[in-house]
Each structure stands twice: as C-alpha cells, then as structure tokens.
Design a protein around this ligand. Structure first.
Ligand SMILES: Cc1ncc(COP(=O)(O)O)c(C=O)c1O
Length: 400
C-alpha cells in the first residue's frame, strides 16, 4: 500500500468522537445506551435562525462567498464582540471559518514551526494538542489541579513559558472541567503575559454564555488591552445557539495574523457555506434573551448531576461554574474489579467497563491530559441524567 504522512503519527480520532461512535454502534445493535459523552446542546437551533437559512437558500444566496466571510456576517461578529466583550475589531481583523475548530487549525498552521511550543493549561480540549502537533509544535502542559477548582495559576503559567513558546491557549469556561477564570485570575495571567512579548495567546471563548451562579465572564483582550495585538479571541455559534451542525466559528485578532490565517483557509476550504453564514447572522443579531433561560436550565442540570455523583462513595465531583461538563475524580476505584471481572487500572479501563457493563457512554480523563477522572456531558434531559447517574452508582458500588 502507498504510505501516509509522518505528520499524522500520533494523531488519533478524538476519544469523545470514538466513544460516541462506539455508543452509536451498540445502539444500532439494539443496546439501550445512556449517552453522556457528546459535547453538544440537546436544544434545537432556534426557529428564526433556521428560517433565515431557508430565506437565504430560496433567495439565491448560493454563490461562492468571500474567503474571509460575508461582510454582513463580519459586521454581526463585530457588533457581537462590542456588545458581549467590549472589544472593537475592524472588519479586516475578523475571520469566519468552519467552526471554531477551523479557526484554531488556521491559527496553529499559520504560525507554528517544528520546535515551537504550545502551552496548554491541563486538562484541555483534545483538539488543541492534536492540531498543534499537526503544525509540528510540541505540547507543554500546565496542570490545573482539581484542588484549585481546575483553575490556571499565573505562577505555574510563568514557569512553563520558554523562549520557544509560540502559543498559550486559554479555554475558560473549560472543556472538559467546566472551570471558569475569575477576573482576578485573568488579571494575574495577563500580568505574566505582559512579560513575554514573543507569545501569541488564543482564547477560546466558545462557552462564554454557559455560565452559572452569577459568574461574570471576561475575556483576556478586554481585561488587558495592551495584549490585544497578540490575542486571538475565538468564538462561534455552536454551543450558545445550539448550532453545532451549521459549522460557523469566528475570531477577532491582529490584522497580520488574520491575513495569514485567511491565506491558510484559502487553500483548505475557501469561504464557508453561505446558508450557514445567513443563519449565523440571524443568531448573532436576533434575540439574545433565551441564552440566559438555557443557562438556567443547564445550571439546574449541573446541580442535579453534581448532587447525584457526590452521593456515590468512591467518586468526588466539583461544582463547575460554566460549560456543560463535570469531571469527577475516580482515584478510589482504581485497583478494583468490576462485576464482569474487568480490572480497573486506569480511567480508560473505567469508562470502557462502564460502557460495556452499564451501557453509559462517557470519556476518560486520559484523553484530556489529566487522570484519574472522567468527563460527563450534562447537555441532555434530566431523565437521561438521572438514569446515567443511577447506572454509574450501581457500577461503582459493585466494584470489589
Ligand atoms: C473548547 C472547544 N472549542 C471549540 C470547539 C469546537 O467548536 P466548533 O463547533 O465551533 O468547531 C469545541 C467543541 O467541542 C470545544 O469544546
């Protein structure tokens, strides 16, 4: 067989996608799976957004769009950054892509050279590491321990930055922990970054609207305007507006970086789907009040899940203030054996046995760079959450 590129060595299908595929395959065989692995809202895309897409398609908005995004969507993004984040970006400082994921891909590919380092507060969303590796860079982890509510310490960050650091990636509210970054932490992080002018900073704010307990979201360029010419502020419509399948992400950043990323995108996908762009305009410019209602609903689900998990001897679960994930610790389960005779040495053993013996799909902490934990997504209805937690309790209590 002809060969494959070296750059793919060590790049795997993401563990959450693999778990979702495995759960779907079991479902297709008629097994009743409780699926808590997928990172997408269960709410439908709002009607007015779908309607805007239909109008665009019927109205002939079907030609190649500009590579960097339609001016109308870039204007909507410009207004969104001002409204939600107090940030002003010129239109040539904004790029539209196929999801926040392509924004991140464009950014790393346009900047990373072999030998560069990408600093990742850990645990982290799997794709940052794989995309950075595809760009030839090396990952440097900065642990954000459970004992510190999975927050990033500015001192630890400072110690991780070297002359080779190309990027720091910030993602709060965080996937997989739901941890948020309070204003004071962000100010301390900003002070560290002011000392290291050779570092780009990518802040992935995709969960900005999913915040609880009156937490106030702030983004780095807003907190420290002197960093704005090194910060790429990344966001998208997937999570807040329940539009994961539409594939629209966007960013604001320094003009030269945006131009380089646009150059990269031009050889990969060109401009993104016109119909999805029309939908994203409707999402960003339409009513915003339902975002708070949905956040309240997620908060109630969080409280339910955290309460049920902490009632299980052997599990410890923190109470995150954002996103729709919890990341319980399972140290007490290691070294034990399941009813079905499987030995649990790692969190990967734990989630695989949980799927096979109790048909609950979750994701192992190893996939996010911090063990022994597992990730539960609570972006699903409360009956499913109750049933999932009941099965997890049965599974854990039967370990010997
Ligand atoms: C932290 C984070 N960033 C980005 C994405 C991807 O967003 P998009 O659907 O816009 O590509 C995800 C999806 O899971 C995510 O968790």
């Amino acid at each position: 067989m002809p060969g494959f590129a070296d750059r793919l060595n060590g790049i795997a299908i993401s563990a959450s996608a693999a778990m979702t595929d495995k759960a779907s395959a079991l479902k297709a065989q008629g097994v009743k799976i409780v699926s808590l692995s997928s990172g997408e809202p269960d709410f439908p895309t709002p009607d007015h957004v779908v309607e805007a897409a239909i109008v665009a398609a019927r109205g002939g908005d079907t030609k190649y769009p500009p590579q960097d995004g339609k001016p109308a969507l870039k204007k909507a993004v410009q207004s969104k950054f001002l409204r939600d984040n107090g940030l002003h970006y010129e239109l040539d400082e904004i790029l539209i892509a196929n999801g926040a994921k392509q924004i991140i891909y464009n950014a790393m590919m346009a900047t990373c050279n072999p030998g560069d380092e990408v600093v990742l507060p850990t645990p982290y969303w799997i794709s940052y590491a794989d995309i950075a590796r595809l760009g030839g860079a090396r990952i440097v982890q900065v642990p954000c321990p459970a004992g510190n509510d999975f927050r990033l310490s500015a001192t630890d960050l400072d110690a991780a930055i070297t002359p080779k650091t190309k990027w720091l990636v910030l993602n709060f509210p965080n996937n997989p922990t739901g941890a948020c970054c309070p204003r004071q932490d962000l100010e301390e992080i900003a002070a560290v970054l002011m000392k290291h002018p050779h570092v780009w900073i990518l802040t992935d704010d995709i969960y900005e609207h999913l915040i609880y307990d009156d937490f106030e979201f702030r983004t780095l360029a807003e907190i420290e305007p002197r960093l704005k010419d090194r910060v790429l502020t990344v966001n998208g419509v997937s999570k807040a507006y329940a539009m994961t399948g539409w594939r629209v992400g966007f960013c604001g950043g320094p003009r030269a970086l945006i131009a380089a990323m646009n150059n990269m995108q031009g050889q990969a996908t060109s401009g993104i789907n016109t119909i999805a762009q029309a939908a994203a305009i409707a999402a960003l410019e339409g009513p915003q009040d339902y975002l708070k209602d949905r956040a309240r609903e997620y908060q109630a689900r969080r409280d339910l899940v955290v309460g049920l998990l902490n009632a299980i001897p052997g599990l410890r679960c923190h109470t995150p203030q954002g996103a729709f994930y919890v990341y319980p610790e399972i140290g007490a389960c290691l070294g034990k054996t399941t009813k079905g005779g499987r030995r649990i040495e790692t969190d990967t053993d734990f989630v695989m046995a949980l799927l096979e013996e109790q048909q609950v799909a979750t994701v192992q902490g190893a996939a996010y760079g911090m063990s022994p934990f597992f990730r539960i997504s609570y972006a699903t209805d409360t009956d499913t959450l109750r049933e999932g937690c009941r099965r997890i309790a049965e599974f854990v209590s039967s370990l010997t």
